[in-house]
Design a protein around this ligand. Structure first.
Ligand SMILES: *[C@@H]1O[C@H](CO)[C@@H](O)[C@H](O)[C@H]1NC(C)=O
Length: 232
């Protein structure tokens, strides 16, 4: 009885581990299909009309996203590293466009401005759709910070096998917003030495996991490894 129960539980668990569930943090709401999709070599990200003067940090986020999709080359974490996905991915339609848009009535501010709003009024929600038929994928949000979170999720949908970038479980539809408004990470550089490049890498990793508060433990009573030029 117990054994049956546990094998049933394991079966349910394994059935729920589909490629899109590799997203982290898990989106609040995810509907996925069972198709495949290729990423076109000419893939581009554009802004819908309302974003006529796009803030420069959003433009930077878009070009980083495109770089990441070109260079990441992450193979799916399965025994054959995705070789068995090849046949269906080769037959699949290819996606050449992702369109970002703000909802009607939303005001256009930079990601930096949105990220510095008080935590209660910070809006990180977004909706992401990836159709299976090759028509444009979309991210919509009420803030550029939401669009940024959506871009992060979008990059995590893609895998690479033998030079082909592809996604599984399309069509995908995600409605996401944070379960917790404060998602922090504390780094103690007072008692431990970290090169600047490591700190920057850590910030990038935080961003990939949508962590939004950096608690920098810079100084302590045991050491004060901070130069303040005007207070020598
Ligand atoms: C944008 O705001 C409206 C009104 O509050 C809300 O109904 C909608 O779900 C929001 N869209 C997203 C993507 O969060």
């Amino acid at each position: 009885m117990t054994k049956t129960f546990f094998s049933l539980l394991a079966a349910v668990f394994l059935a729920s581990v589909t490629p899109t569930h590799a997203l982290w943090p898990q989106p609040r709401n995810l509907q996925a299909g069972s198709g495949a999709l290729q990423l076109s070599n000419g893939f581009d990200i554009s802004f819908a009309g309302s974003l006529n003067s796009v803030p420069s940090d959003l433009r930077d986020a878009v070009s980083r996203t495109k770089q990441f999709l070109k260079n990441d080359k992450l193979g799916r974490l399965v025994v054959d590293r995705g070789q068995s996905d090849k046949a269906s991915a080769q037959k699949a339609k290819s996606l050449s466009k992702l369109t970002l848009s703000l909802e009607k009535g939303a005001t256009l501010k930079s990601i930096t401005d949105e990220a510095q709003k008080p935590i209660e009024s910070r809006d990180e929600a977004y909706t992401l759709t990836v159709p299976a038929d090759g028509s444009a994928a979309t991210i919509t949000a009420n803030s550029t910070l939401g669009l940024f979170r959506g871009l992060t999720t979008f990059t995590q949908l893609w895998y690479e096998v033998d030079g082909m970038t592809y996604a599984l479980d399309v069509p995908i539809s995600i409605q996401d917003s944070p379960a917790y408004p404060y998602r922090g990470f504390m780094l103690d550089t007072a008692r431990n030495f970290f090169p600047v490049s490591d700190i920057k890498r850590t910030l990038d990793a935080m961003s990939l996991a949508k962590i939004n508060q950096f608690h920098w433990h810079v100084v302590d009573s045991q050491s004060f490894p901070l130069q303040v030029p005007w207070l020598p």
